[in-house]
Design a protein around this ligand. Structure first.
Ligand SMILES: Cc1ncc(COP(=O)(O)O)c(C=O)c1O
Length: 430
């Protein structure tokens, strides 16, 4: 059904009562589609499938259960909904001014996850992770952060449940984004640059994960929280796609033709895309950096989640756990691996992947900022660059394509990157 031609509505908001009360679990759908469940994670020492006991030193029992769950829906606890209600449901916005600037017949919608307290989609999983750990008596969480968004989100979430938060921040981002540290400390978190044992190293998400895991396993009061990649993180993010389904309907759309999101470890992409997976007519598209091209150039094989090899091995697209990506501004996309769920979908051809270079991303971001008003996070710009390609393709083919994308975060703490781009100093990575 086409959107009514005479409408000028741009925002499709949901009442708070429409906040989803259960997460969408993709596991049974993957089994149906591909005839087998996901390959299990393997123990780093024995290379045997890991069981719940192997994960218990790091994660709360409820999260371990969700990691392996096969139920199609998983209830969201009331104490989590109470915090999500601070900003959810997030608006769905029709980017009419972007459509006009591109002169496209495509209808472009974005889910605005930048309205969360931390400015990105990350609190959708930080809140339940902090909650389940607090419920189990854990009083301290460690984590890694790339762009700073996940560490910010976890600091906020920990403050809601009186849990300490220790963040290992990729050194390059720590230096690029000093105000991230201030926000994390405002919420009570502590932040140190990673790798902690090599001050000359720019760091990587893989190395920061090693630092955070090493810290957590050494203390009984402490668990570790991962901001992406794992099944339970993608599960928590599905509130994005579930809300978008209701909002697209109120915008007069039957379905999107294509769902697009940037992909670092796969959580915001999974969050918006997975609820649409059961409809085979909806294309799903991952946008990643050309300098860290995990899905477009990586190998599909078992690899460690971190640099030091402390974590279980996962079957995923990987550039190798010792790969150190160039220091691009989209710090959240500098990860050598990817979510096993997203990797499986790409491997089986159910999801497409494209890579963008840094300057093209900022060109897309600046266009978006000038027409839609919002200054995107560098990560978000990868999705926007793909949206523009899709819209231009629809224009060339004269198609009224419905494009849905995840505006996964604002860039108001990434202004050094914009400064560099606007001064003409932003280089394309090798
Ligand atoms: C704003 C933003 N978008 C995207 C990402 C990439 O992570 P994911 O692929 O898990 O969504 C990050 C990670 O830090 C981020 O901060």
């Amino acid at each position: 059904m086409a959107a009514p031609a005479d409408t000028t509505d741009t925002r499709f908001s949901l009442p708070q009562s429409a906040l989803p009360t259960a997460w969408f679990n993709v596991a049974p759908h993957l089994s149906d589609l591909f005839g087998a469940p996901l390959d299990p994670p393997l123990h780093p020492a024995t290379r045997e499938p890991v069981g719940p006991d192997d994960l218990a030193p790091l994660f709360a029992q409820e999260l371990i259960g969700q990691e392996m769950a096969t139920d199609p829906w998983i209830d969201i606890p009331g104490e989590v909904l109470d915090v999500l209600r601070l900003w959810r449901p997030t608006p769905l916005v029709r980017a009419r001014r972007l459509e006009a600037a591109l002169g496209t017949p495509a209808r472009i919608y974005f889910k605005d996850e930048s309205v969360s307290p931390a400015g990105s989609h990350k609190p959708n999983s930080a809140v339940p992770q902090a909650f389940y750990n607090a419920k189990e008596g854990i009083t301290r969480l460690t984590t890694e952060t790339g762009a700073g968004q996940w560490g910010t989100a976890l600091s906020f979430a920990c403050a809601q449940y009186d849990v300490e938060c220790a963040v290992y921040m990729v050194r390059k981002s720590f230096e690029q984004k000093p105000y991230r540290k201030v926000i994390m400390e405002t919420w009570g978190g502590t932040v140190v640059p990673s790798p902690i044992d090599d001050p000359s190293h720019p760091g990587s998400l893989g190395a920061a994960i090693s630092d955070a895991v090493r810290d957590a396993v050494g203390r009984d009061d402490t668990h570790y929280a991962l901001g992406s990649v794992l099944n339970h993180v993608l599960l928590h993010q599905t509130v994005i796609g579930l809300e978008a389904q209701q909002q697209l309907e109120s915008a007069g759309e039957t379905r999107p033709d294509v769902v697009i999101a940037p992909c670092g470890g796969g959580s915001n992409l999974g969050g918006i895309a997975l609820p649409f997976l059961p409809d085979p007519s909806v294309r799903l598209l991952a946008a990643e950096p050309a300098s860290c091209p995990t899905l477009t150039q990586g190998r599909y094989e078992y690899d460690y989640g971190d640099t030091a090899g402390f974590t279980p091995l996962m079957n995923m697209y990987t550039l190798g756990h010792d790969f150190v990506p160039p220091g691009i501004h989209a710090g959240g996309l500098r990860y050598h691996g990817d979510s096993p769920i997203i990797s499986k979908l790409v491997h089986e051809g159910r999801m497409e992947a494209v890579a963008h270079r840094q300057r093209a991303v900022f060109e897309a971001n600046v266009l978006f900022a000038r027409v839609e008003g919002k200054v995107p996070a560098p990560e978000a710009g990868h999705g926007i660059a793909s949206v523009i390609q899709e819209a231009n393709d629809a224009t060339a083919k004269g198609e009224e394509r419905v494009i849905l994308f995840n505006y996964c975060g604002h860039g108001l703490l990434d202004l050094a990157a914009y400064q560099e781009y606007l001064a003409g100093d932003l280089v394309d990575e090798p």
